[in-house]
Design a protein around this ligand. Sequence first.
Ligand code: ATP
Ligand code: MG
Length: 426
Amino acid sequence: MSNPIQPVRGMNDILPDVRSVWAAVESAAEEIFEAYGYQRIRIPVMERTELFSRSIGETTDIVQKEMYTFEDRNGSSVTLRPEATAGIVRAGLSNGLFHNQQQKLWCSGPMFRHERPQKGRYRQFHQLNVEAIGFAGPEIDAELIVISARLWERLGLESPNLELNSLGTPEARSGYREALQHYFSASKDVLDAESLNRLERNPLRILDSKNPDLGPLITSAPELSDYLDDDSKTHFERVQQLLSDVNVSYRLNPRLVRGLDYYSRTVFEWVTDRLGAQSAVCSGGRYDGLVAQLGGRNTPAIGWALGIERVVELIEAERLQILERQPHAYLAMAGEQARRQGFGIAENLRARVPGVRLFMDCAGGSLKSQLRRADHSGAHLALILGEDELSADQLSVKALREDTPQSMQSLDGVVSELLRVRGESP
Ligand code: ATP
Ligand code: MG
């Protein structure tokens, strides 16, 4: 028998055991996009290479080292798409979608980047993308951000957190570029080879470096906000106001420049600290120059992309945390005497089973309503103390997550039950 064929590194099979989480993300997103008037578009996974080198930027990580580029059988250079925005703009231009029209579009599918695979970073990964083309005002910036916030809500996610910045217009940025060149040139000996390379061609990219040794230098670099043009400033303030009006909180991050060259004005990233080094779950911004850069008329536009694998992993990480907070046992007590004794019994059990999460009912009411609360708490066991148990010096143990009969047990018996559930759950 020959060896089984291995998958390509960094390209995953997405198996049925995670299908429900994937489906939850995809269907919630689709529902929200449609509710805000965004229509689905499907574009090819492969494009001519020049589409990406012209739009994403020659000095970006993506174009310099991450693209899957090869010659097809006719010798044309083609590339598996590393992101969707360029393709959507290309599709709009190819099909005349932008002639005096505004378009709100979304799409979903695999992207390809030759990066070092690790948790949250793969060579084939999946994105949801939303793009609004033909809108100049700050309302659309806020709308797009709110759409992502609604998606986290719908998925029951606590994190991520929103970071915002404005890159201003290309003209404003050129003043900043010079300031950065000046600043980083003074520390050439600290810069790594990649940053030195970027110093002349695109010093803003240095701010996006993932090299931790450059952290302090980057932190003290000049800030773009001091170079913003007035229109961009007003636009950015309005975006912030609109977000505050609908209670979407954010943090201003002057170092946020994003990894693609085509952005202008508003840029944002939803970040989390729950996925290790891979902190960005959704990112985007305004790209007012891109349509013209790709051969269309001057057309404002903005969009974002969400990494589905990272969101799925975040949902799983948060679920696990919820599971970790669930009690092992919940003590319900019937009658005045039982409440009084129960307090001491709970303390005794906690002392004998270190680390056990034993919640005592403190809200009272009927035994039935206490057991309902026990069930809602996610506890494995309900411990019941009523008159019968009191007189027998025992507790009733009722399994809430398995199908075993309720039994009366001595305190020693309860201790071994608690040791068992403590060992089984995290
Ligand atoms: P990072 O800084 O983590 O490399 P990025 O800035 O390159 O992210 P974008 O190009 O903005 O990412 O892509 C949008 C989203 O796609 C990211 O926020 C992330 O959730 C996801 N993503 C990007 N690269 C990968 C990858 N290699 N594997 C899985 N998800 C990814
Ligand atoms: Mg990247």
